[in-house]
Design a protein. Structure first.
Length: 186
């Protein structure tokens, strides 16, 4: 069943702001159950994320400065889908740009809404294995401030449970990937 298959009827678009990556709307709508009201929503083209694992069992993460949090957040490499782009193409590009690795093996982990209470963004998650480090250092995008971090799965889980700043999409994707990682106790 496709995600988001019961559209509401938009009665009136009251406010619209088009940004670089998303659109913000305030609409008067009628929900599928007949209730009418005013809703704020963010429309986003979607994103792709990889849980990259090196041949020696380390997860490849990035610690990235995020303006809304006013700090650095630990997360897996991810990127916004370009118009008409397949999520697998998006993440193959992003993992190279952000980390300097290329994956030889990919496994689709599925898709999920990031914050459906106010946004329609869908994250397409992948497990990236058989990583090879490229000779060229990652350039990243001009507006990104990224540090590459290698962690074992045990270290990553400890960071999650200790309350380190880790984004929700990375936590969700990790737990989707975990059964496929063939982990042994460290």
């Amino acid at each position: 069943m496709p995600l988001g298959n019961e559209p509401a009827k938009i009665i009136q678009n009251k406010l619209r702001y088009q940004g670089r990556k998303f659109t913000f709307n305030v609409d008067r709508v009628e929900l599928p159950n007949g209730v009418t009201g005013e809703w704020e929503s963010i429309h986003h083209p979607g994103g792709a994320l990889a849980v990259p694992m090196t041949p020696d069992g380390k997860l490849v993460l990035v610690k990235q400065y995020r303006f809304p949090t006013q700090g650095r957040v630990l997360e897996f490499p991810a990127g916004t889908l370009e118009v008409g782009e397949d999520p697998a193409q998006t993440i193959a590009r992003e993992i190279e740009e952000e980390t300097g690795y290329r994956a030889g093996k990919w496994h689709n982990l599925g898709e999920f809404f990031l914050a459906p209470g106010y946004c329609d963004e869908i994250i397409y998650a992948f497990l990236a294995q058989d990583l090879e480090q490229l000779a060229v250092q990652p350039a990243g995008d001009e507006d990104e401030d990224i540090e590459i971090v290698l962690m074992t799965p045990v270290e990553f889980e400890a960071a999650i449970y200790s309350g380190e700043a880790i984004d929700a999409k990375s936590i969700a994707a990790y737990f989707l990937a975990k059964p496929l990682l063939n982990l042994t106790e460290e």
